[in-house]
Design a protein around this ligand. Structure first.
Ligand code: NG6
Ligand code: CA
Length: 509
């Protein structure tokens, strides 16, 4: 019964129905802006107080989702699932990875960019990667970073290798570190110090921004990071310039690829720590660096829209704006995010946040903009998971895909473009430490019993939502997940548990 993908059949599908060229010219470009740590309530149109007029405009002229979920409450597993259509928790090791970890998506695996390529698209990833490189446990930053994005479906890559708070703080273009001097090779170590660069713990007086937890190792550009780094001086980025550089690279790619429809996975590091924005955005909001970075992100969105408009491409481009996980205030640097919050509420009407099994961990803003095709100012209440882009685009483009590999991706194309107000029946989200929760369209949510983190220092700082007992909530009636219904509604609990078990066991046959 399984629909297995046969590459030979798939490539012959398009030319059979229409000439490839003709067909490709009709196809819309696709850009997904996959932001970092932007909360449900961080966007103006989702009731945020930070001005985000450019993002809001996408929703005013498009479709805004109230019930869209990132697959996980941290970056790596969300990005893995977004690109592969498979829940990250199906195999070990797909948690937040350090920069020197091997490639998590193995070449040959089905991916969203491969689906797009099969339909004739030019594909690119610009921004945060965070999915590892190569086969070895220690990445050689001076050689070819392979396999990486180019081996799993992207034609072009301009990358922040992992996160903006981890070494190496250098850009990667395709297989190579950019501007690397071979006489000053890079060495990275996440266990012990390498090289002579000062560290945050030895030289806090050198810092632009003090660390609050972790983040006290090698200093580059006046900011101490996670990990130690030696060499690569000529390749170091300036955090203040990252937003501008990513926009430039995106526009360059658009200009190079106008003869084909393009797919761009655009992944800003905004608004992840360290929240060091360009000088022109410093202090523009009363909310401190976190607010300023949100304004910088809004500028980025505006700059991309303007670039498309100038090239008369906006009309024929599907723009998706969303986030890899929920919001966090103090994530390791003293930037007064909590102290300067004022009346802005990044968590929306939910509890939890980044890392958490509670709603704010994975319920994210999501906006889809497609002029002329999506009716304007729509709101969708459908349940939607980022896992579903792969199957939805495959269906829309009429190309086959490996349904066994992308087993968790479901075609919800009509939901995605606002032709239908219902979506998934249920979805799984993954909190930190692999704690799973199952959310159903009728509002019931089951959080699997988790580890006892009451006395774990980092967990005491955030609302993980973990409990050693079973938790059942009705997130429609009780979005703040206050009343545990597990004892009151044992049959519903059993039902959800059974459905989740079926999903978990799906790939074990
Ligand atoms: C954590 C870091 C956090 C952030 C996160 C990844 C510490 C104490 N915390 O380990 O600052 O980098 O990893 O964030 O080091 S994510 O959005 O990329 O998942
Ligand atoms: Ca993130």
């Amino acid at each position: 019964m399984k629909n297995i993908f046969y590459p030979l059949i798939a490539v012959s599908v398009l030319p059979a129905c229409k000439s490839t060229i003709e067909k490709e010219q009709d196809l819309p470009n696709v850009i997904i802006i996959y932001t970092d740590d932007v909360g449900y309530g961080d966007v103006g149109i989702y009731d945020g107080k930070i001005p985000t007029p450019n993002i809001d405009r996408l929703a005013q002229n498009g479709l805004m989702f109230a019930n869209a979920y990132a697959p996980a409450a941290t970056s790596t597993p969300s990005r893995f699932s977004l690109l592969t259509g498979e829940y990250a928790w199906r195999a070990p090791g797909r948690h937040v990875v350090n920069a020197d970890m091997p490639a998590l998506i193995e070449p040959g695996k089905e991916t969203w960019p491969l689906v797009m390529k099969r339909a004739g698209y030019a594909t690119s990833v610009i921004g945060k990667w965070h999915l590892g490189f190569g086969y070895d446990n220690v990445t050689n930053w001076n050689g070819k970073l392979k396999p990486g994005p180019l081996e799993v479906g992207f034609d072009y890559a301009w990358l922040i290798p992992s996160t903006n708070d981890r070494v190496p703080t250098v850009y990667v273009e395709n297989h190579r570190v950019v501007n690397l001097d071979p006489d000053d090779p890079i060495e990275v170590n996440f266990r012990e110090k390498v090289g002579n660069r000062p560290t945050g713990y030895d030289n806090p007086e050198m810092l632009k921004m003090m660390y609050s937890h972790g983040h006290d190792q090698t200093i580059t550009n006046g900011i101490s990071r996670i990990g130690y780094m030696k060499g690569g001086e000529s390749a170091l980025w300036r955090d203040e310039d990252i937003a501008d550089v990513l926009v430039d690279k995106a526009v360059d790619f658009i200009d190079r690829k106008q003869e084909k429809p393009f797919f761009m996975y655009f992944a800003p590091v905004d608004i992840h720590v360290p929240r060091i924005v360009h000088e022109r955005f410093q202090g523009v909001t009363p909310f401190g660096p976190r607010g300023d970075m949100m304004v910088q992100l809004d500028w980025t969105v505006g700059a991309l829209v303007e670039a498309l408009e100038q090239r008369e491409l906006l009309k024929n481009t599907i723009l998706i704006f969303t986030s890899d996980n929920g919001p966090v205030l103090d994530d390791g640097y003293v930037d007064y995010a909590a102290e300067m919050l004022g009346d802005h509420n990044p968590f929306g009407h939910f509890r939890g946040g980044k890392y958490s099994a509670l709603e704010a961990g994975t319920r994210v803003p999501m906006i889809v903009h497609w002029p002329g095709k999506i009716q304007t100012a729509q709101v969708s209440n459908a349940l939607f998971s980022h896992l579903d882009f792969l199957a939805s685009f495959a269906a829309f483009l009429g190309v086959d895909y490996d349904q066994e590999a992308a087993l968790d991706s479901k075609n919800h194309w009509e939901t995605l473009v606002g032709e239908k107000d219902s979506g998934r029946d249920g979805l799984v989200v993954q909190a930190v430490m692999n704690v799973l929760a199952y959310v159903r369209a009728d509002g019931y949510k089951y959080i699997v019993p988790g580890p006892d983190t009451r006395f774990v220092p980092w967990a005491m700082e955030i609302e993980t939502g973990f409990d050693t007992d079973k938790q059942l909530y009705n997130i429609i009636a009780d979005p703040r997940e206050k009343e545990n219904l597990a004892a009151k509604k044992p049959l519903i609990l059993l039902e959800l548990k059974k459905e989740l078990d079926e999903i978990i066991n799906k790939n074990v046959d």
